[in-house]
Ligand binder design. Structure first.
Ligand code: FES
Length: 358
């Protein structure tokens, strides 16, 4: 009877052979089960047209060379474009031309190499399938013994474990070395306390609410039901420096609702004036301006990620990724009837951040 290389009789499965062997083996002899599905091996190699037709092989060679030449042309074009379309200061259109032709040249250069290399490997290089056996990564016993020997010799020569004073001071020096880096990185933070920077805005008691961007003050009588005003604090337009930073924190939306529609929190009953409420315009998600007001529903929509806030219900989040309501600015009117702030915001404006509970 013919036998395969594993010793199993031909015509019976490897599993059957193993089971027969197991039943005839003496008690206590371990039997290793064979794989249920034998390894089918590689399919026979399919010859490509370039393997059998020398004319096609030469054509593929020319294509690959053509692609590499195209890459050379692209690179030369990029250099020529750099000088032919210089960037002229004060003329943004020159940046566009320069970037366009420089980019086209570089793209051609890279694509030519990439596509050429892929075509070369697919059409001309041999496509044999290969198996690379894994090797154990553990070193041989000799190698491991030698490594230990080297470490021990190094320890004996340096006295690392014996000279405890030297060793401990070295450890101390290594621990201390990164400390200047911590100080240097700390220096990258804003000079002022970032929490205070975000927590306080230009609003304070008596500051008038003014129109954005004209800076004209707003009388309560001008705010009709259903209207919405984009508001900045009085004095912002006159700032000489940090105007944008201050505006980014202090921008407010002002709306008037029928008083009976306003559902105000008990501790905020006096934060509105005759149905007029003011909320930060900076979304509490990641800080986009919440600029879309829906008069009928009294909802504010942030266009960035569609967070929706209900103005009638202290600007609570009713949809979207924002994590907390828009901060409310307490307002009232002064003796001339102009709307004024009663204080700064009582919580940080803008995206939620970990310090906001402070
Ligand atoms: S910034 Fe407003 S929803 Fe994301």
């Amino acid at each position: 009877m013919a036998h395969d290389h594993d010793g199993a009789a031909s015509g019976e499965t490897a599993e059957t052979a193993v089971e027969k062997h197991a039943s005839s083996a003496s008690p206590g002899v371990a039997v290793e089960r064979a794989d249920r599905i034998p390894n089918p091996g590689f399919p026979p190699e399919r010859l490509r047209v370039t393997d059998v037709d020398p004319a096609k092989e030469r054509a593929a060679e020319r294509t690959v060379s053509g692609l590499f030449l195209l890459s050379v042309v692209g690179s030369v074009l990029a250099v020529v474009a750099y000088f032919a379309f210089p960037i002229v200061e004060g003329d943004p259109s020159t940046i566009r031309l320069n970037n366009l032709f420089l980019g086209l040249g570089i793209t051609l250069g890279l694509l030519g190499i990439g596509i050429g290399a892929v075509h070369w490997s697919k059409a001309l290089m041999h496509g044999h399938e290969l198996v690379e056996e894994r090797h154990p990564t553990r070193g041989s016993d000799d190698t491991r013994a030698k490594a230990i020997e080297i470490f021990q010799a190094g320890n004996a020569e340096s006295g690392f474990t014996r000279r405890s004073l030297v060793r401990n001071t070295l450890i101390g020096a290594l621990v201390a070395t990164p400390i200047p880096a911590i100080a240097i990185f700390r220096d990258l933070a804003p000079a002022e306390d970032p929490i205070a920077l975000l927590k306080h805005t230009m609003w304070e008691e008596g500051v008038r609410l003014t129109r954005d961007p004209s800076g004209t003050p707003i009388k309560a009588s001008e705010v009709t039901i259903g209207s919405a005003f984009h508001v900045i604090p009085d004095g912002l337009v006159d700032l000489e420096s940090h105007k944008l930073e201050e505006k980014a924190k202090a921008a407010v939306l002002l709306m008037r609702l029928p008083v009976e529609r306003l559902n105000e929190r008990e501790d905020r009953k006096d934060w509105s004036y005759d149905g007029i409420v003011a909320y930060s315009k900076i979304c509490t998600h990641v800080g986009c301006p919440v600029a879309l007001y829906e008069q009928q529903t009294h909802h504010l929509l942030c266009p960035c990620h569609q967070s929706e806030f209900d103005v009638a219900n202290h600007a609570e989040v009713i949809f979207g990724p924002a994590a907390r309501p828009l901060p409310q600015l307490p307002i009232t009117v002064d003796e001339e009837g102009y709307l004024v702030a009663k204080s700064d915001f009582t919580e940080p404006v803008g995206p939620s951040f970990w310090e906001r509970a402070l």
